[in-house]
Design a protein around this ligand. Structure first.
Ligand code: SF4
Length: 459
């Protein structure tokens, strides 16, 4: 393009972005760019890279649960009205035009939670009528496969249940499937609700990996997009594997705490020769967090004899195993007789009647944990954790970025189960899950926090 060329109108950018989304063109473009930069000597394997994630807002209106139910039914009715108007016509009730004739917007329902439930169950009965008709023997089979009909069916599975009398009921907020399974909008079923560090959004999460070396250009070398609730740590291995495929494996990879565990440090080193750098907490125990009592470091471990010795000189029994959040731990338990009579019992354990126990990773991972915790970033910044460029630092609220141009690698909500068989295929949601306690907390009964983000109740 000549220097005096006036360029193109900015409105074309959205067209260009839409074209990039098709057929993973953005990924192919990134690969071509990285190849050219490598050939030009501006990019090479080794050196230091960093990864961080940010949120991506779905390009859909944020809906409450109640609005979602109404809007899902409205979308299915609109679709059926176009595809099969004669089939739909006999189902339509006089008040449906007022109820579903326009976008469902419900600011506040007077009457509190009972009124919300009552209104939701009106939507529920209307949707049930349509679904039952669709799954009746005489209905055209092709209608059951329409996209908005499938969304309607799944939304009803997620948000309603059948009581013992066979009535369709509105689920309580605590009885919903995880946010990663249920829809936030009938118009983008890959958009999911998430909350992190006080920020809540519906959409996706995108992970950028870029080079970060002195006197070298900062170049994005990897981009991965997930549904919003996918935890950052699930991407660490994938990023390393894909960087290896692109021959762009770094020597050092700097990440925040969400991406790093001792097991990931070990794999990165063993599989790719990458030194994974980031803040690892050496001790999750209540005592270490509060700075009161005996943390793990107060205990001496004899790995050969598989025995721990406490500050009072008492020894543990042979460790049992615990599996928490996919990781195996060794749990060293002390004798109840020793702990009940111990003068240091109060600072050692909060248990009223049980002995102290500590949970440690197996020796190689434990040593990585302790070593990495002592050498990685202190609380007030350090050389190992260069900050992200201003353009990619997280803002306190969602940035307004939308899903265009990012590739979803995990998105399709799975179907879920129910105790009563409806006349249309349904399975009810998985029970809500909570974070298992950290092994150190198992004994001391520390409070757990729900891992499944719940949407605010309708009111
Ligand atoms: S409470 Fe038990 S484990 Fe703790 S110091 Fe006393 S004897 Fe050792």
């Amino acid at each position: 393009m000549e220097l005096e060329d006036t360029g193109f109108d900015y409105s074309l950018l959205s067209d260009f972005r839409a074209r990039l989304v098709q057929g993973d063109a953005a990924d192919r473009l990134l690969r071509v760019m990285l190849t050219r930069l490598t050939e030009a000597g501006l990019l090479k394997a080794g050196g230091r890279q960093r990864t961080d994630a940010t949120y991506v807002l779905a390009a859909v209106r944020r809906l409450s649960r109640l609005e979602l139910a109404g809007e899902s039914l409205r979308a299915a009715l609109e679709e059926l009205a176009v595809i099969a108007p004669e089939w739909l016509q006999p189902l339509i009730e006089p008040e449906w035009d007022k109820r579903y004739g326009r976008k469902i917007e419900i600011r506040k329902v007077p009457g509190g939670p009972e009124a919300v439930t009552a209104r939701a169950e009106v939507f529920g009965r209307d949707g049930q009528k349509v679904l039952a008709a669709l799954w009746s023997p005489g209905a055209p089979g092709r209608l059951r496969t329409l996209p908005q009909v499938e969304v309607l069916r799944q939304v009803w599975v997620h948000h309603y249940y059948w009581d013992e009398e066979g009535q369709l009921r509105w689920r309580d907020g605590h009885a919903l499937p995880p946010a990663s399974l249920r829809f936030d909008s009938p118009y983008d079923t890959d958009a999911h609700y998430c909350t992190k560090n006080g920020t809540e959004w519906s959409g996706y999460r995108v992970h950028y990996t870029e080079t970060c070396e002195e006197q070298r250009p900062e170049i994005v070398v990897h981009v991965a997009t997930t549904i919003a609730p996918v935890q950052d740590g699930r991407l660490t291995e994938q990023i390393h594997d894909e960087l290896a495929q692109a021959a762009l494996v770094p020597a050092e990879h700097v990440v925040d705490a969400a991406y790093i565990t001792p097991a990931r440090v070990q794999r990165a080193q063993q599989v790719h020769g990458i030194t994974l750098l980031g803040p690892i907490v050496a001790d999750h125990s209540r005592q270490a967090k509060s700075g009161e009592g005996f943390g793990k470091s107060a205990f001496t471990i004899d790995w050969d004899r598989q025995q721990a010795t406490c500050p009072r000189g008492k020894t543990s029994s042979q460790p049992g195993t615990l599996r928490i959040q996919g990781h195996e731990y060794l749990q060293f338990r002390f004798a109840k007789a020793d702990c009940l009579t111990c003068p240091d019992r109060h600072p050692c354990t909060a248990s009223a009647s049980g002995p102290r126990s500590i949970a440690l990773l197996p020796q190689p991972l434990h040593e990585i944990q302790v070593q990495t915790a002592s050498t990685s970033r202190p609380s007030s910044g350090n050389d190992a954790m260069p900050s992200a460029p201003a353009s990619r630092r997280r803002s306190p609220r969602p940035s307004g970025a939308t899903a265009y141009g990012v590739r979803a690698i995990e998105g399709s909500p799975r179907r879920t189960s129910s105790t009563y068989s409806p006349p249309w295929p349904a399975t009810s949601p998985a029970p809500p899950t909570g974070s298992p306690k950290h092994p150190e907390d198992v004994h001391d009964q520390a409070a757990s926090t729900p891992s499944v983000p719940q949407r605010p109740d309708d009111s």
